[in-house]
Write a protein that binds this ligand. Structure first.
Ligand code: PEP
Length: 259
């Protein structure tokens, strides 16, 4: 983390977990144990049906609520989809875009990810744009070029004055939900490369301020070491964000000074 230049962000991704009633219970429990004083930016991206309950529960707090997906069109015949304006009106501040599960299971491509990033920015949402390599890609030594391509295509046409609004989440697919975590060195190396791609596409100044998160089995035990890396500015957390005590411990790890 480099708090001097960029925001530290701890974001939860609930995936398809919890009902609206369970959301209310979770938020009540979370509020009761949130650290006192200043803390980093905290986001919880929840299933669409849980957004109203989450927003209502966290209204007086600094925890931002987000969605796990959006459509890139503003409205129309897209049964089952949600437009960015709908998410804003419901109280969302963030939206996860291009999670590997959506790429793998719902046919998302770099082109749709890009269209969604542009739509989110246009609506005033903070996109959390995901990228990451498969185990096979890592073993074949193509991680760097694969991720550079995802970043380039995902950020296509994002103007210079909006790039700082984008959060990038590096999530090695082999580490998501598997209990396997990238080593701090592996995660740092990729996050540093992502920052170099942003530098090339935009400028040193923009690369210095953009927040890059790590995701992939981050938990209360490994968070501090991962977050201590200079180019890791926070975490996108799945499983451990479903338990208030674990999520708070990760926020606490992000609040600790790094050596
Ligand atoms: C995720 O869903 O983005 C994720 C990183 O999940 P987990 O923390 O469970 O690996």
């Amino acid at each position: 983390m480099n708090r001097k230049y960029r925001k530290t962000v701890i974001a939860g991704n609930w995936k398809m977990n919890k009902t609206p009633s369970q959301t209310k219970e979770f938020m009540t429990a979370l509020k009761a144990i949130m650290p006192k004083g200043r803390w980093c930016d905290v986001a919880l991206c929840v299933p669409a049906i849980c957004i109203p309950a989450a927003v209502r529960a966290m209204r007086e707090t600094r925890v931002g609520i987000g969605a796990e997906n959006c459509h890139f069109e503003a409205k129309g015949a897209f049964t089952g989809e949600l437009a960015t304006d709908m998410l804003v009106d419901a109280g969302c501040k963030y939206v996860i875009i291009g999670h590997s599960e959506r790429r793998e299971m719902f046919g998302e491509t770099d082109a749709t990810v890009n269209a969604k990033v542009l739509a989110a920015l246009e609506a005033g949402l903070t996109p959390i744009m995901c990228c990451g390599e498969t185990l096979e890609q890592r073993q074949n030594g193509v991680t760097e070029e694969h991720i550079a391509m995802q970043i380039k295509l995902g950020l296509k046409d994002v103007p210079e004055d909006k790039i700082r609004k984008v959060i990038i989440a590096y999530e090695p697919i082999w580490a998501i939900g598997t209990g396997l975590t990238a080593t701090p060195e592996q995660a740092q190396e990729v996050c540093e490369n992502i920052r170099a791609v942003v530098r090339k596409l935009y400028s040193s100044k923009n690369a210095r301020v953009i927040s890059i998160l790590y995701g992939g089995s981050m938990n209360e035990k490994n968070a501090y070491e991962l977050l201590a890396q200079p180019d890791i500015d926070g975490g996108l957390i799945g499983g451990a964000s479903l338990v208030p005590e674990k999520f708070v411990q990760i926020i606490e790890a992000a609040n600790q000074p790094t050596v």
